[in-house]
Design a protein. Structure first.
Length: 358
């Protein structure tokens, strides 16, 4: 199997993140990609290559250029303003209560702040998404990883894997958040639609709902989105990911959320995966983009489901049995000790290989 990976991911190396106002060791760290890459090399059946440069056009096809500009400028602005921190996050966000009772026209006319901290809130979702000096370069590289993976599948590969870092599915058209800056899966899906003119499905199996992916394609019928994730009433992103969110306008019925019960294990999850696969199969399209997260793992420090390594192998097998070409892009997964073997198990399943052995 072809694997796309960029060493530029190392430029995004936050030491800490904030959770409920408390600084904690960062979860989304370079060691995640290192663990997966080491396991792929140990397996010996994966061919790793660098991505090709695709420029800004595919990113602008999905994201507000203002978000892209902010991320490019954020660290330099923070340094210029003398913000004496190892990372940049906002402490103020334009939440709905701030504008309650005001006209939509007035709210829409509010100008973007000029201060780095204000801009971080303007373009951000949460305070657990630190921006450091190399964040923009790493995020650009992750988008190129996703696009190169799509290129491989468009070129004839049945399945290819993009080791994207930082991840992407929480990034919306005009917003970064949840360890995500550019939405790698959305960028890849849009590029596939542009090149083929055919519909694409996105299957999201991260423990968190991909609010950004849902938002980007909410009114679209040509990119269908289905997500299996922890119930958002108890887990991030909290405010989206419920079963009644089915899309609007032309996209009505093209969005499917399958929230999972607390500590859902392999059998429960795989039953809903079959529902997702059947839903994808019910509509045309030759390519599925998989947002692949391993924070559904039973030992994950920030997830609350209970999938096993064996479950990941079966998951990959079932997704491949759909019979469509797969652009598989890495999202979350934070139990670094088992992350590599879980990734290899899923990819072996998708390749038709046994869980262990040849």
């Amino acid at each position: 199997m072809q694997v796309v990976h960029s060493e530029r991911h190392r430029a995004h190396a936050p030491a800490v993140e904030t959770y409920l106002g408390v600084p904690l060791p960062a979860n989304e760290v370079p060691a995640r990609a290192d663990a997966i890459l080491a396991a792929l090399h140990e397996d010996g059946r994966f061919a790793v290559r660098e991505p090709t440069e695709h420029g800004l056009a595919p990113i602008h096809a999905v994201h507000d250029p203002g978000l892209v500009t902010f991320l490019e400028q954020a660290w330099a602005d923070a340094v210029r303003e003398g913000i004496d921190r190892d990372f940049l996050v906002a402490d103020t966000y334009p939440t709905r209560g701030l504008f309650q009772g005001m006209s939509e026209a007035l709210v829409a006319a509010r100008p973007e702040p000029t201060a780095a901290g204000g801009r971080a809130g303007w373009w951000g979702l949460d305070s657990s998404n630190p921006i450091v000096e190399g964040t923009y370069d790493a995020a650009r590289a992750a988008a190129d990883v996703a696009l190169t993976t799509a290129d491989l599948v468009l070129g004839g590969e049945t399945v290819a894997y993009g080791l994207c870092r930082p991840p992407g599915h929480h990034a919306a058209e005009s917003m970064a958040g949840g360890y995500c800056f550019f939405n790698n899966a959305a960028i890849a899906a849009q590029a596939i639609v542009n090149r083929t003119g055919e519909p694409v499905a996105i299957l999201d199996v991260d423990v968190h709902h991909g609010n950004g992916t849902q938002q980007i394609f909410w009114r679209r019928e040509d990119v269908r989105y289905v997500s299996l994730h922890s119930d958002p009433r108890r887990l991030y992103p909290f405010y989206l990911g419920h079963a009644d969110e089915i899309g609007e306008g032309p996209g009505r019925g093209a969005n499917l959320n399958l929230p999972q019960p607390l500590r859902a294990a392999d059998a429960t999850y795989l039953a809903d995966l079959d529902r997702a696969i059947d839903w994808i199969a019910s509509a045309p399209g030759e390519i599925v983009v998989v947002s692949l997260g391993f924070d559904t793992y039973e030992k994950d420090p920030i997830g609350d489901l209970a999938l096993t390594t064996a479950g990941y192998h079966e998951m990959g097998r079932r997704v491949a049995a759909l019979g469509r070409s797969l652009v598989v892009l890495q999202e979350g997964g934070y139990h670094v000790g088992d992350l590599g073997r879980n990734a290899v198990a899923w990819l072996r399943g998708a390749s038709g290989r046994p869980a262990a052995g040849a």
